[in-house]
Design a protein around this ligand. Structure first.
Ligand SMILES: [Zn+2]
Ligand SMILES: [Zn+2]
Length: 167
């Protein structure tokens, strides 16, 4: 779904929709966001402000994250509000317009077509904590034998077993 930003009326436009759990495709096997545990609901409101288009939104879902220490998946509730402003591309005939520093919208828009999925994807990535832990006490994996120390205790010497995370 693409939204033509030049067609947004001055009073704005609202859009509510759901993204199914299959929507999230991890970039790679070690992507920290493994998937959505339940469908993502979102509401967006777009309105023009000067030469910009403001997009305000609310997202709510439960993500499946991968623990940095033990690599197991765990559920994490997310509900967040956001607000971004996008610059419209110059209309034909308007000539070259210099890009401003905050005009880093190129991922979201193709010409003046906004891809709301990209905006939401970006928000999810921004909201996930820098460090993802299934529990604050997660013991991680033994670095000798690889067993999950939350579930079992291996016979490796304790000194060697100390996992790499001093994080
Ligand atoms: Zn863990
Ligand atoms: Zn071990």
């Amino acid at each position: 779904m693409k939204i033509d930003l030049t067609k947004i009326p001055p009073e704005g436009k609202e859009l509510d929709f759901m993204l199914p759990t299959e929507w999230w495709k991890p970039d790679s096997d070690d992507d920290r966001i493994v998937g959505l545990e339940r469908p993502l609901s979102t509401s967006l409101r777009m309105y023009p402000a000067g030469k910009k288009m403001v997009v305000e939104g609310y997202i709510s879902t439960r993500l499946l994250l991968r623990c940095d220490r033990c690599l197991e998946q765990y559920g994490w509730d997310l509900s967040a509000e956001f607000r971004i402003s996008l610059s419209l591309s110059p209309f034909q005939g308007e000539g070259e317009v210099e890009l401003q520093e905050d005009d880093l919208n190129l991922d979201f828009t193709d010409g003046n077509l906004l891809d709301p999925d990209q905006v939401i994807r970006e928000q999810l990535i921004l909201r996930v904590p820098m460090k993802t832990l299934c529990t604050p006490e997660c013991k991680g994996l033994c670095r000798v034998c690889g067993c999950n120390l939350n579930i079992s205790t291996c016979s490796c010497p304790v000194a060697d077993r100390q996992v790499l995370f001093n994080q």
